[in-house]
Design a protein around this ligand. Structure first.
Ligand code: PLP
Length: 387
């Protein structure tokens, strides 16, 4: 009889290292600076809006590609922020978080045998996403300390099989914010080779020290060849709500909507109603979000440096990549496990962000989307360990 096994696809990647570190943190009662979710409350107005929507009996399937009020709010916010209008009727698909958005986008445009370019270090979902959609990932390295790419290496990665390039700016795990000049190089290559840029912009409103987030979609010639991905998860501190979206040309959106419909039918209807309220928050909301993250970042940079880590200052998102050579481990996974068990502070091993694990062997990533008191408690534990 044939042995019952999982598919080659499912067998070809491992479980999420980040979520494994969260389980380890729970086991050791460690402070979890591994997974990127806030330990502080979501905005009260947003929670009230969700409760109102449930009480108003918005509890059945929404339109598969998203409720009208939410799509209208997404389009209005995008135009108000970047001056570019998008049609909520034909260019937006609401998804179950940006995770589903990325998967649906790749399934919608990639065929087996196509190649997808991915910058490394990368957010760990991108590898399995490419495998599940049948694409062969090709990696282009972002080099520390400023996480720049070598233009010649990028040019060499494009060829006639390239179908997509995955770009995450502001970037997890490095904190890099791609500059307009860098985006223009990528845009020129996309246009030359007929490639779609899938841009994960989930940390859109977390940019520091004058850096500016520029959506690839707004660059000349990119409007029909960009799939912008975003979500409520980070901007409104609701990672558990699972509400995201794509913005792209009507043609690309048509493909994404079909894939999305058969993957999930749709995202939570009452939470989309609340999302429409969130996207109309005044500018003061985003300024406060920014200022609070700057304070957390600066606090955490100091804590890590005092504990002997070499830090790579992030200019966006809410993670700090570090060099942890001083811990004396050859293996970052061992280092992260040791720090969790012995110091009571959980981080993510650097190798989980690289195809070539050796590039991450001396690195650990810490997230700082936590209350100041949580970060200070982690600081006390590290100070005790490394005094
Ligand atoms: N994209 C990036 C770059 C992330 O860092 C994360 C979460 O950490 C996600 C996507 C997941 O987003 P969502 O919760 O909206 O699925």
């Amino acid at each position: 009889m044939r042995e019952i096994i999982v598919s080659q696809k499912a067998a070809s990647f491992t479980e999420s290292v980040i979520r494994e570190m969260t389980r380890l943190a729970i086991r050791h009662d460690a402070i979890n600076l591994a997974q990127g979710f806030p330990d502080f409350a979501a905005p009260q107005e947003l929670k009230d809006a969700a409760k109102r929507a449930i009480d108003a009996d918005i509890n059945q399937y929404a339109v598969t590609w998203g409720t009208k009020s939410f799509r209208d709010a997404i389009a209005a916010k995008f135009e108000a922020t970047y001056g570019t209008s998008v049609d909520p009727e034909t260019q937006i698909c609401v998804t179950c978080g940006s995770t589903e958005a990325m998967m649906a986008a790749q399934l919608a445009i990639v065929d087996p045998g196509d190649e997808a370019i991915v910058f490394e270090p990368f957010y760990e979902n991108y590898g399995p996403d490419a495998i599940l959609s049948g694409a062969t990932p090709r990696f282009v390295t972002l080099h520390e300390p400023d996480w720049s790419f070598d233009e010649a290496e990028l040019r060499a990665a494009f060829n006639s099989r390239t179908r997509a390039i995955i770009l995450n700016t502001p970037n997890n795990p490095t904190g890099k914010v791609f500059t307009r000049a860098e985006l223009e190089v990528i845009a020129e290559l996309c246009q030359r080779w007929g490639v779609v840029a899938i841009t994960d912009e989930i940390y859109e409103f977390m940019t520091y020290e004058g850096t500016q987030h520029i959506p690839m979609l707004t660059l000349p010639g990119m409007e029909d060849r960009t799939i912008l991905i975003n979500a409520m998860s980070k901007t409104y501190s609701v990672t558990g709500w699972r509400i995201g979206w794509t913005v792209s040309s009507p043609t690309l959106t048509g493909g994404i909507r079909k894939v999305h419909d058969f993957l999930t039918v749709g995202a939570a209807a009452p939470l989309q109603e609340a999302g429409a309220v969130a996207l109309q928050f005044p500018d003061t909301y985003y300024r406060k979000l920014h200022d609070e993250y700057v304070e957390r970042r600066d606090l955490m940079l100091g804590i890590l440096e005092r504990a002997g880590f070499k830090t790579y200052k992030p200019y966006g998102a809410y993670y700090i990549m570090t060099d942890c050579s001083h811990l004396g481990f050859d293996d970052d996974v061992e280092a992260a496990r040791w720090l969790t068990a012995e110091a009571g502070v959980a981080s993510v091993p650097g190798s989980s962000f690289y195809r070539d694990a050796d590039l991450g062997r001396n690195k650990l990533r810490f997230s700082f989307c936590k209350k100041l008191e949580t970060l200070n408690a982690a600081g006390d534990r590290l100070a005790k360990m490394f005094r």
